[in-house]
Design a protein. Structure first.
Length: 164
């Protein structure tokens, strides 16, 4: 599972997001435990192994801010009460079986792309102090990474832009 730490704009609302696996095989794979004896990169290896032969499905869930005092935008350390505002599934993300870490995809993801939530729709912009700090850090780190890797920042506008 993935939970956003900070709040995001959700149209006219404020929300936190969650991405939750729903395929039984994914749920079983997610119960694997990393041990001190596992090699570095074991999580990457498990993801690669899983997606090489299996599809994935996730629910994209939204938890709306229903009380600005109990769910403060400026304090990402506050855990929002799920009884006061349930996470609700609003979309499904389907991922087909694939080679997730081919050399071309690794170079593209690690050296070429930038990972910034501010590239999304204005209606879904990050909010709050933690996201303001992240924005500056991502800009500086991205510029450094592209300089060190001697690459120009590129971001996909369609799935066809992502190498096989």
């Amino acid at each position: 599972m993935y939970y956003s730490q900070g709040a995001f704009r959700y149209g006219d609302y404020v929300a936190k997001f969650a991405v939750v696996p729903v395929v039984p095989e994914q749920l079983a794979a997610g119960k694997q435990k990393v041990s001190r004896s596992d090699p570095p990169g074991v999580l990457r290896d498990w993801v690669r192994e899983y997606y090489f032969g299996n599809a994935g499905r996730y629910e994209f869930r939204v938890q709306l801010c229903t009380d600005a005092e109990a769910m403060p935008v400026e304090d990402a350390s506050v855990e929002c009460d799920e009884e006061a505002s349930l996470y609700r599934a609003v979309a499904t993300i389907d991922i087909p079986p694939q080679e997730t870490f081919s050399p071309a995809r690794r170079v593209y993801a690690e050296d070429v792309m930038s990972w910034r939530p501010w590239y999304g729709l204005i209606a879904h912009r990050p909010l709050g102090s933690i996201n303001r700090v992240r924005r500056k850090a991502y800009e500086v780190l991205g510029a450094w990474r592209h300089d060190v890797n001697a690459t120009v920042e590129q971001n996909p506008s369609s799935l066809g832009d992502v190498p096989d």
